[in-house]
Design a protein around this ligand. Structure first.
Ligand code: NOJ
Length: 566
């Protein structure tokens, strides 16, 4: 009997040691990479993706109905911008209940189905966590503003004015005007970094921290595989409310320019990120950050000193290279790639003009769209696509002020037209409303839907869509694209951006003509050990395909991606 007990106890010890090790190992591949490092992320603006109930606004069931399309495209995780209950002042970025779904988008049951159907197709669901502020209709804020003694008073930032009619300091909302709003009920001002309908939470209050941390636990239990954290740089403010320094000139809202020294990027925010990460790690989940920074040094801070904050802070510096330029992209890629972190690349999102417009020259836009995909989808790092980018969707900005939906555009017109242009309905086919809905959608479909849509492009082997499908398939199958290091080549070439992704004895050569004229690229890769073998073209817009890499004739904006073996 005693022997049995001893054997049983020994087994328990073995299990106790083995189980956590196995769980940890399950995260890693041979190179120590985690699941999100090999995943392709895809941002969905739910109002505009697919409208299952034909009310003109997209919804969760619409997204679920398109999971097969996403799987076929090569997407592994979707980030859905806020779909929680909200008055929709900022189209969901004003949350009035963090643990439910807005009826516009469906129900929790629809959400559960999306998670389940996603899982069956190996597509994870990432939600958008609006951490900095709530809606002014959130019960926490309604209680907070009801009296100075209310339970939630200290959940937000309330202060007396400097004097009659004068806000507590000079801080400006990033959406225009003072960042303080007077509330007559209690005679104090509350702080809002964004719209007045988006009061900032007081993260110095431990009760706020606990409530928000619990929100993430709640969704992890429901099956989400991570969060995109909204506006993380704005989480904390100087407790002494020191005035921000003014800068010369005015912004698009006519406000003086200002250095947001005392209300962004305060060091306290890192403790919150560490806390969120600890909880994420329990579910093997990923945290993506909306991390605008002025340089790579600033971006690195979001990963955490010990890699214990965000796994995926987005590199917006990459999106700020606003021209198709080999030297500019070379410099930007080198800066992040050599900094010791795992890069996170994107071309645009729901706040940024679509890449088709930003990089297009008006004549070669489709070729340039492929070129840009050939670039950021072959780099070492995780890409985040924006819905419709794979079709060559373009901005459809409002022509008249009365058509603008985004409040920024209403306040800033005509200098700031708002973000409606990059948020238009997904283009599924060339029928009315681009197959998004049977009724007029909430934003007008871009006229290019007649040619740039899923159905038509699916039939054309040379379409942008099929280029994306091919490059994403390579990303998932070519060992050098999965694991390889980035090796810059021909670094003085002003027109052609070239690099290797190299892994053991394999390499993928990427050659991108970033100019509107034909170029000749020459390679001698003897030093890298790839001098001899003939290249195997994997994906190229060049015809005929080159037989050797010694000299490659590149047409304007041409792409050549080939496997090399030693
Ligand atoms: C960043 C989001 O991306 C943007 O769309 C939103 O308006 C602000 N944060 C406020 O939440």
């Amino acid at each position: 009997m005693l022997r049995r007990i001893v054997v049983f106890a020994a087994w328990l010890i073995v299990l106790a040691i083995a189980v956590p090790t196995l769980a940890a190992q399950a995260k890693l591949d041979a190179e120590g990479h985690e699941w999100w490092q090999h995943a392709v992320f895809y941002e969905i603006y739910p109002r505009s993706f697919a409208d299952s109930n034909n009310d003109g606004v997209g919804d969760l069931n619409g997204i679920t109905s398109k999971l097969d399309y996403l799987r076929q495209l090569g997407v592994d995780a979707i980030w859905i911008t806020p779909c929680f209950p909200s008055p929709q002042v900022d189209f969901g970025y004003d949350v009035s209940d963090y643990e439910n779904i807005d009826p516009t988008y469906g129900t929790l049951t629809d959400f559960d189905r999306l998670v389940k159907d996603g899982r069956e197709r190996k597509i994870g669901i990432i939600l958008d966590f609006v951490v900095n502020h709530t809606s002014d209709q959130h019960p926490w804020f309604l209680d907070s503003k009801s009296s100075k003694n209310s339970f939630h008073r200290d959940w937000y930032i309330w202060r007396d004015g400097r004097g009659p009619g004068e806000p507590p300091n000079n801080w400006l909302s990033t959406f225009g005007g003072s960042a303080w709003k007077f509330d007559a009920t209690t005679g104090q001002y509350y702080y809002h970094y964004f719209y007045a309908q988006q009061p900032d939470l007081n993260w110095r209050n431990p009760a706020v921290e606990k409530a928000m941390f619990d929100v993430t636990r709640w969704w992890y239990k429901r099956g989400v595989v991570g969060f995109r954290l909204d506006a993380v740089d704005a989480l904390f403010e100087d407790p002494n409310l020191r005035d921000n320094p003014l800068l010369p000139g005015k912004n698009q809202f006519g406000d003086p320019n200002m250095l947001r020294k005392y209300n962004t990027n305060l060091p306290e925010l890192h403790k919150v990120l560490m806390g969120l990460r600890t909880i994420a790690d329990e579910s093997n989940a990923v945290l993506i950050g909306e991390t605008w920074t002025k340089d790579v040094e600033g971006l690195k801070e979001y990963y955490g000193k010990h890699g214990n904050e965000l796994q995926m802070p987005m590199d917006f510096l990459f999106t700020q290279v606003n021209r198709v330029s080999a030297p500019d992209f070379r410099r930007q890629i080198a800066a992040i790639d050599s900094s010791g972190v795992w890069p996170v690349y994107l071309l645009s999102n729901h706040d940024i003009v679509r890449s088709y417009n930003r990089y297009g020259d008006g004549k070669n836009n489709d070729a340039i769209a492929k070129l840009m995909a050939g670039l950021y989808l072959t780099l070492r790092g995780t890409p985040i696509m924006y819905y419709g980018e794979e079709l060559g969707m373009e901005n459809n900005d409002p022509k008249r002020k009365e058509d603008v939906k985004d409040p920024i555009g209403k306040t800033g017109w005509p200098r700031e037209k708002g973000r409606d242009g990059e948020r238009t309905p997904m283009q599924w086919n060339d029928s009315a409303n681009a197959g998004f809905s049977t009724v007029a959608p909430w934003l007008p479909v871009d006229p290019n839907y007649k040619t740039h849509n899923v159905e038509s492009e699916g039939k054309d082997p040379d379409s942008i869509l099929n280029f994306y499908r091919k490059v994403l398939a390579l990303r998932h199958t070519e060992p050098a694209l999965i694991e390889g290091k980035y090796v810059a080549l021909n670094q003085n070439d002003p027109n052609v951006l070239s690099y290797l992704r190299q892994y053991k004895d394999q390499a993928v050569l990427v050659v991108l003509n970033m100019s509107g004229t034909a170029q000749r690229a020459r390679f001698d890769l003897a030093k890298q050990g790839f001098g001899k073998g003939a290249p195997t073209a994997l994906l190229t817009t060049i015809k005929p395909e080159p037989l050797s890499i010694e000299t490659i004739e590149m047409p304007p904006f041409g792409v050549y991606i080939a496997r090399l073996t030693q």
